[in-house]
Design a protein around this ligand. Structure first.
Ligand code: NAI
Ligand code: MG
Length: 477
């Protein structure tokens, strides 16, 4: 007997999407000149028209941020700044459902994730940093560390509001003002956040949001009035930013790509591990920089584990992101879908074996079934390149040393996972893995108190925790 899930769609009546948006500069919405559409990737429905920011918009935003920094924000005590952050955090909690529905519509990720993960974490980041605002003298960064001034922040589309929170909360807590640019496919929750800034009566110009594409991002990076850059996105753009700011006084944190190794030893608790593997790669459609996209399995348990993984994957519900039963939503854009398809086809061509459970995908919108490739070797592109989709590459190993060598054999170094019942083995493995974040017997766990960032081509610096504050401060004497 099988039980079917009846549809349980979340209502979209709570959100009020305007037909057109401008930029949020100096506390007000200013009309843009050129516009582009933002769509719901699950249906291809046009949701709104977003302004394409140019150099003059960036100029205005930087001027507003500099004025707010000099006249208001740098004059407030940490305790006063903290009050605004607490206020923002509480409003975000009050309006959580609205944000969750809007994020799901614009991004394509399941409502279960926006409601239970993204938005609660967003509020948590503001609460956490609100608590730091008046304690910076005790953060181990010297006496009275000082802010940089105006921070330019550029964020991606995979966790739109959460990446905004990762950037805005520490910047404001440490006394910087910001000019932020959301990703072109997912600007709507950032624009709703602008309304929250107004509602919280945050002084004008402390947060400025300029929407647009890569050219808008580049205008922020190259603007002489920007003192610190925080970027999350592709390694390719990260490298461009690093080149653009070399020889300037601009500070930067870059949070880039990954190809996380999820290592499973033969003594791992198998059912929990299967659950963790699924969470590691199919959470957020695999659009996760720290995804466990390379499964590195000890040979003796490989067959049994893959068999169980396939049974579990057949239970993943792919479909309407607004349905509360949905596990895997839409791929964020047509471009991202083509990239996933291209890499999966390369996997076939290079001789790996592809498997997906039977699932019906809607003809409208952008979809990709949960997929695993077995028989992957180190040389395959699907073992080396970031796919950024629901695609798992499976490799095997015989000795623990071989597992570490395979895991570290990547230009990236963002995340890793280790599954074993033996504590000493976990400690041994984690000490040798070159990854910024390592989970043991779990995966994709996030907390504002925990620093996050990578080695090698995964980026520069850390975000979150005490380490994340340092990036927004000049050390005090
Ligand atoms: P992207 O790096 O082009 O976009 C990220 C942000 O940077 C967006 O806001 C974009 O408008 C901006 N941007 C683009 N060019 C810029 C420039 N020259 N200067 C300043 N800002 C610029 O990433 P994209 O094209 O959306 O995705 C491509 C691939 O990158 C994905 O397939 C994935 O592999 C990876 N990626 C990784 C992310 C991560 O969290 N590490 C997030 C997004 C993408
Ligand atoms: Mg969209």
């Amino acid at each position: 007997m099988t039980f079917e899930y009846a549809p349980a769609p979340e209502s979209r009546a709570i959100v009020d999407i305007k037909s057109k948006y401008g930029h949020f500069i100096d506390g007000k919405f200013l009309p843009g000149k050129k516009h582009f559409a933002t769509i719901n990737p699950a249906t291809e429905e046009v949701l709104s028209q977003i302004s394409l920011g140019g150099a003059s918009d960036v100029d205005k935003a930087v001027a507003a941020a500099q004025k707010a920094y000099t006249k208001t924000w740098s004059k407030l005590s940490g305790k006063e700044r903290g009050k605004y952050l607490y206020r923002i955090a509480r409003i975000l909690q009050e309006r959580a459902r609205e944000f969750a529905v809007l994020e799901t519509l614009d991004n394509g990720k399941p409502i279960r994730e926006t409601r239970d993960i993204d938005i609660p974490l967003v509020a948590a980041h503001f609460f956490y940093h609100a608590g730091w605002a008046d304690k910076l003298d005790y953060a181990g960064l010297g006496k009275s560390p000082t802010p940089h001034g105006v921070a330019g922040q550029i964020i991606p589309w995979n966790f739109p509001l959460l990446m905004l929170a990762w950037k805005v909360a520490p910047a404001l807590a440490t006394g910087n003002t910001v000019v932020l640019k959301p990703a072109e496919t997912t600007s709507l929750t950032a624009l709703l956040f602008a309304e929250v800034c107004q509602q919280a009566e945050l002084p004008d110009g402390v947060v400025n949001i300029v929407t647009g594409d890569g050219s808008t991002g580049a205008a922020i990076v190259n603007h002489p009035g920007i003192h610190k850059i925080a970027f999350t996105g592709s390694t390719e753009v990260g490298k461009k930013i690093a080149r653009a700011i070399s020889g300037t006084n601009k500070k930067a944190t870059l949070e880039l790509g990954g190809k996380g190794a999820n290592i499973v030893f033969d003594d791992a608790p198998i059912d929990e591990t299967v659950e963790g593997i699924v969470n590691g790669i199919f959470f957020n459609q695999g659009h996760v920089c720290c995804a466990g996209s390379r499964l590195i399995l000890q040979e003796g348990i490989a067959d049994e584990l893959i068999a169980k993984l396939k049974i579990r994957m057949s239970k993943i519900r792919v479909g309407d992101p607004l349905d509360k039963n949905t596990d895997l939503g839409a791929i964020n854009s047509r471009e991202q879908l083509s990239k996933i398809q291209e890499l999966a086809t390369a996997g076939d061509a290079e001789g790996a074996e592809r498997w997906s459970p039977a699932c019906t995908l809607s003809a409208k919108g952008f979809w990709f079934a949960p997929t695993i490739f077995t028989g992957v070797t180190q040389a395959h592109r699907i073992a080396r390149e970031e796919i950024f989709g629901p695609v798992l590459s499976v490799l095997t190993f015989r000795t623990p040393q071989e597992a570490i060598e395979k895991a570290n054999n990547t230009p990236f170094g963002l995340s890793a996972g280790v599954w074993s019942e033996k504590g000493s083995r976990i400690l041994w493995a984690t000490q040798q893995l070159r990854a910024g974040v390592i989970w043991a017997n779990t995966f994709n766990k996030f907390d504002p108190a925990s620093p996050f960032g990578g080695y090698k081509e995964s980026g520069w610096g850390r975000e979150g925790g005490k380490h994340g504050l340092a990036a927004y401060l000049k050390e005090g004497k």
